[in-house]
Design a binder for this molecule. Structure first.
Ligand code: CP
Ligand code: NVA
Length: 309
């Protein structure tokens, strides 16, 4: 079997993603109340080692992949980009070929998406995208899990996104095309997502609305989502922060959504910027379920990558 790289959601496709969401829920339920270091009973990835390369900071991705592979019976090693020879100019191709002889899978978080593609091209083990400037597919598996476990069906769902048209939104759009949910995107002019992702969602049958009217986007939405206004590697420009002010998710915006609407944020949050304290700490917020679900989602991504789903 060719390597199952998980660079974006469409590498897996709808059937596999649906299977991943089911398996994640089953495994989450089966181990409820257990200590987090205890392995799942079936140890499906016993003896497997995952290398995790970080060229950008991480709390959730790093911890969740480490715990995920441990719970599946395997182990992980963390490699910080700056302390690798990669940081001194060793090529991605050689790094991929060397690590492929030493570990069973590679997860990489980096800036340029082309680096992840290059890694996958040269690796003979599965490569997983742990976030690039372009996309964050592992996050969206956790977000979909959070939505479905709250009893909301994905097809026809109305998801509203506020603020920056960034990497996380790109993966939301990819998921929308796969699962046929609709996305209203409220951004200032000039901060829209890349049009290729909008077109991908539309081609899959999703309705995507781009607007500068935050109130219109929020009205009757099922899920309200935002993310930092300044992603890792971006400049903290005052011009951008000024433009983002009308897109803060606050109580007035939440009040326009359905009464049972959920609030999601991949974290880390900048409270007072993209979201008010009252919303992120409020009764509709599921941000810590979403963070925990990174573990359960990452387990399903790993199982898929190893051909076990
Ligand atoms: N949401 C997310 O990917 O968090 P980290 O940057 O902490 O990994
Ligand atoms: N858009 C954010 C997500 C962080 C998890 C970033 O790229 O910094």
């Amino acid at each position: 079997m060719d390597n199952r790289h998980f660079l974006d959601l469409s590498d897996a496709g709808g059937d596999a993603l649906a299977a991943m969401l089911n398996d994640a829920q089953d495994r989450k339920t089966a181990r409820r109340g257990w200590p987090k270091g205890r392995g799942d009973a079936d140890a499906p990835l016993k003896d497997h080692v995952l290398a995790m390369i970080f060229e950008k900071s991480s709390t959730r991705t790093r911890a969740s992949f480490d715990i995920a592979i441990r719970q599946l019976g395997g182990s992980a090693m963390v490699m910080e980009g700056g302390s690798m020879q990669l940081g001194r100019g060793e090529s991605i191709a050689d790094t991929a070929r060397v690590l492929s002889r030493m570990v069973d899978a590679i997860m990489i978080r980096t800036d340029d998406h082309a680096k992840v593609e290059e890694m996958a091209h040269h690796a003979s083990v599965p490569v997983i995208n742990g976030l690039t400037d372009k996309s964050h597919p592992c996050q969206i598996v956790a977000d979909l899990l959070t939505i479905v476990e709250q009893g909301k069906a994905l097809p026809g769902l109305e998801l509203a996104w506020f603020g920056d048209g960034n990497n996380v939104l790109h993966s939301v759009l990819e998921a929308a095309g796969i699962f046929k949910f609709n996305v209203r995107i409220a951004t200032p002019a000039g901060y829209e997502p890349e049009s290729a992702f909008v077109e991908m969602a539309r081609a899959g049958g999703a309705t995507v609305t781009l607007t500068q009217d935050a109130q219109a986007a929020a009205t009757d939405a099922d899920v309200i989502v935002t993310d930092t206004w300044v992603s890792m590697g971006q400049e903290n420009a005052s011009e951008k922060l000024d433009a983002m002010q009308p897109y803060r998710v606050d109580d007035a915006l939440m009040a326009l959504a359905k009464t049972d609407a959920l609030f999601l944020h991949c974290l880390p949050a900048h409270v007072g910027d993209e979201v008010s304290e009252s919303v992120i700490e409020g009764p509709q917020s599921r941000v810590f379920d979403e963070a925990e679900n990174r573990i359960h989602a990452q387990k399903s991504v790993l199982l898929w990558a190893f051909g076990k789903l």
